[in-house]
Structure formats: structure tokens, C-alpha cells
Write a protein that binds this ligand. Structure first.
Ligand SMILES: [Zn+2]
Length: 270
């Protein structure tokens, strides 16, 4: 019996080690952590994109943990201005879901936190999920309420939200002509600035997909930072037009969150 127990122990230890890669070294706390969120809401049973839905109670536990452990909340603007301290954490929200206003904003206020919101200009009735994979055609994300312009204005007037661009239509930038790329990056910046009266200096590439021309274009159009969906933690001296982020998954608990915060990734692969 004993050998069965120890074999089981070894196997589960290996599984744990592979899944959580706890042995990965801690990334220097001088390097800011950029966290990537989408929705703050309860999961939908059986839905495909529940990873993108972080329950409000989980989000609150994460904010409480960050506050208790002396993380400094900051925005991408702080990154660009070089005004980050050690243990800086930048919360980012992609796409513009209405729950960012309904659920996330009150919690940001409660924990005296701030965030960068990457807004798609044409976000209503826009089924961008099918652009990445054509079988993502059940309109799951289209059915989710998106932020109205008034909700965005209220978020900005809280003083806790920096607005960034997530392009006009959420395309796969790599497939666009130079003219189309220019329009997505330039027009979104201009329209958001006109509509909301805040300078737009950061962009999130849709689906995290981009090529070198997009980086150059972002820089030439006056963006100062650009974030991807590649996982990891970059030092402040990195190229600011391909910054990695830490994915926050609605399907993971605090253990994975703490590991990602410390190492940039959760396990062996991701
Ligand atoms: Zn997106």
C-alpha cells in the first residue's frame, strides 16, 4: 500500500509542479506587472469564453490581496512617463464590456485602485470573435452588453480610468493593408480623443496579433505604449510597443493569480 501512496504522491507532485511551475524564479519587483482583464461578472454555465469572465468576488479578492501586499496601482500613462515605483501593478481591461462600469468601477473605488481601459470604438453589435476563429460563431460576446459612451464618461470622471485604444473594429491587424492599419490606429485615437476629451497614448492590439509595421505605426501616430496578449513581465527598459501582460483567468483561483503575479505565468506552458 505504501508504494501506491508514494507513487500517487510523486505523480500528483509532478502534476502540481507542471501545472503551477511554483519553482519559477520571482521576476524582479522593479518590473511592473500589467494585468489583463476583460469582463468582471459571473460565468455563464457552459459558455466558451468563461476565462474572460472574472467573478466580482474574485476580482475583489485580487484587489484586496494587491492592497494588503503593498502593490502600487498605476496606469499605462505612468508607464510611459516613467513614474512607476517598485511593486507597480497596472490593471487593464480590454474591449469595453458594460460590467467594467457596473462591477469593476465600484471595486476600484473601494480599494483606491485605477486601471487602463482599452476601448473598441465600434463595439456594439460587432462580432469580432469570428475574425479569429470562424467556429466562434455563437455570438456569445456580441450578446454581452458593452459600455455606452455615457458610462465611459462616468468612468473617466472618477479619475481612476485612463482610456486607451483597442482600434475601431477589433480586426486582425496582420491581415490589413497599410491604409486600413492606418485607419484603425489613427482614427480610433482621434475619435476617442474627440468623444472623451482625454489624450490616448496607449493601444492594445486586438487578439494580441500585430506585426512590426503596427509597432512602427503606433509609435509614429503618437502612441507611447502598446500591449499584447503574450504572457509575461517586461522590464521598464523594454520596447514599449510590444509589452507583455499577465492573463487573469476567471477559471483560476488565488493561488494561480499569486503565481502569475510573481512569475508572469502560471505553469510550464502558460
Ligand atoms: Zn479585445
Amino acid at each position: 500500500m505504501l508504494w501506491i501512496a508514494s507513487a500517487f504522491g510523486l505523480a500528483s507532485g509532478a502534476w502540481y509542479s507542471h501545472r503551477y511551475a511554483w519553482w519559477r524564479p520571482t521576476v524582479n519587483y522593479a518590473h511592473p506587472r500589467i494585468l489583463m482583464y476583460h469582463m468582471v461578472r459571473e460565468p455563464i454555465p457552459g459558455a466558451r469564453f468563461n476565462k474572460m469572465r472574472v467573478p466580482p468576488s474574485t476580482f475583489e479578492a485580487q484587489l484586496a490581496y494587491l492592497q494588503e501586499n503593498h502593490w502600487q496601482f498605476a496606469t499605462m500613462k505612468d508607464w510611459a512617463e516613467g513614474s512607476l515605483n517598485d511593486r507597480s501593478v497596472i490593471l487593464t481591461f480590454d474591449d469595453g464590456f458594460a460590467d467594467n462600469y457596473e462591477q469593476a468601477l465600484p471595486l476600484l473605488e473601494k480599494y483606491n485602485a485605477c486601471a487602463t481601459l482599452y476601448l473598441v470604438v465600434y463595439r456594439h453589435e460587432n462580432d469580432w470573435a469570428v475574425r479569429k476563429k470562424c467556429y466562434h460563431n455563437n455570438r456569445e460576446l456580441v450578446k454581452e452588453s458593452k459600455l455606452s459612451d455615457d458610462q465611459v464618461r462616468e468612468m473617466l470622471s472618477s479619475g481612476r480610468i485612463e482610456l486607451g485604444s483597442h482600434t475601431l473594429t477589433h480586426p486582425d491587424l496582420r491581415r490589413l493593408s497599410p491604409e486600413e492599419k492606418q485607419e484603425e490606429l489613427h482614427q480610433s485615437k482621434t475619435l476617442l480623443e474627440e468623444t472623451f476629451g482625454q489624450a490616448i497614448t496607449s493601444i492594445a492590439y486586438p487578439f494580441g496579433l500585430f506585426d512590426e509595421r503596427d509597432q512602427d505605426l503606433a509609435q509614429s501616430l503618437g502612441y507611447r505604449t502598446a500591449v499584447t496578449t503574450s504572457q509575461g513581465i517586461d522590464p521598464l527598459i523594454s520596447c514599449p510597443f510590444a509589452l507583455r501582460r499577465i492573463k487573469v483567468s476567471g477559471k483560476e483561483g488565488m493561488h494561480a493569480f499569486k503565481l502569475r503575479l510573481r512569475t508572469g505565468v502560471r505553469g510550464w506552458h502558460s
